[in-house]
Design a protein around this ligand. Sequence first.
Ligand code: BG6
Length: 510
Amino acid sequence: MKKTDNQMLVIFGASGDLTARKLIPSLFNLYLANQLPENFAVLGVSRSDMSDETFRDRVVYESEYLTKKIKDLGEDKVKGFAEKLYYEDLGDSYETDYGPLRKRVEALKEKHNTSGNIIYYLSTPPTLYETVSQCLSDVGMNTQNNGWKRLIVEKPFGYSLETAQELNKGLHKYFKEHQIYRIDHYLGKETVQNLLVTRFSNSIFEPLWNRNYIQHVEITNAESVGVEKRGGYYDKSGALRDMFQNHLLQLVSLVVMEPPIGADAEEIRNEKVKALKSLRIMTDEQELFDHTIRAQYVASKIDGKDVKGYREEDGVDSNSTTETYAAIKFFVDNWRWHGVPFYVRTAKRMPTKVTEIVIHFKKPHHQIFKGSEMQEMDNKLIIRIQPDEGILIKFGVKVPGQGFKVERANLDFYYSSLAETYVMEAYERLLLDAMQGDATLYARADEVEAAWEFVDPILNYWEKGKDVRMYGYAAGAWGPENADDLIEEEGYWRNPSENLADDPGYCVIC
Ligand code: BG6
């Protein structure tokens, strides 16, 4: 196990939902797994008037996210964790004198002997990232002469290429790039990391991973929920900004990238940036019209229950043109991927929650088993990110008996079969990595900008282009019908179920 330096974690925006829902439960799990540094303290910072005790009650003792764990564990175990948590009220604004905050940090550093190493976690709206960084710098809290300082920032990282560049510039005034950790929780998912391992630690996939053998690549991210309580935020964002620009393009970069020289953070991130830069940017209106589809869910009944349409959701403009469904077809301009179409879609209010990558292989160049059903079926490699995490290969087998009748069978691996293995939650893994100074699973400035470079023209077209349409789909359906036209040449979307193998595959029992 890698050693983690003694340190302090200062969370800005500590009274918010993310702290209670993700950050504290992840830290609690790390504590239970003895993964926290020997000397460690957390200081929650925000604009609410709270004592240390109230903060501990809120995020630990009375937290709905820890109820079950707390019930199962002895009081001492929980207390041992809660007593590492403190709270500091910043007053009315994040833009204030951080002198008192600095004193509090110094006092906790003495009390817990945490040394001068500090992570600042910004769980605030992005408009405050530069402000907080500047205020920290004003009182010398960003200097590294007495221990390292790191900054973790949440998404959304920018609203467009221009705003992302401004944000990067703003942060770089106070922190060096190697100190900045841009979180993308998809990179913390075990199955996303496994993509690198599948590709680069096996010799059976990589030789086929190119235009000679791959027909097309399909990525689906579906959520069954709607915008929940986040209508206000979502209506200014939309599916493309909320999911595609970050999480899905991260998946794309891992599928597209060339093998890195090694597993070092910079080597991997260099290759991901190259991959993102090789996505063909669409600027032609006809191409944007033909290759992009946006839609909104409309009211429907699911399991006999009325479900609101997007425009009826709280916080959403009743004439909103924000998409809750986005499907994009694009190409990658490099040697490996020339001519291979990528189809990526993301949406809310789909029939189920599922994220998967499907690599469709080309059919054999010369078909000898004529008339067999396999002629119509390609080989597929399905990488299931969630749920039912695993990998499935679909391939042809001979049906026993006379002649050559071919059926399709499944070859699969499920993470759940590793019964003894504890799979870390994304935030747990990412927090521990940042504590250990490993930025492999965090997005670098140029990576984020390259993703925006691809997305910006689509957003601009949707906002101002000619003949742009907004389609509707009934909540609980697999998107608008015409989304099938996008993929038509290659067949149809695989509309996956919760289970990785939604067909049994071929088998003869007796
Ligand atoms: C977040 C988006 O980044 O990811 C949400 O803002 C979305 O809208 C969520 O629901 C999905 O994450 P996961 O891990 O549940 O797939």
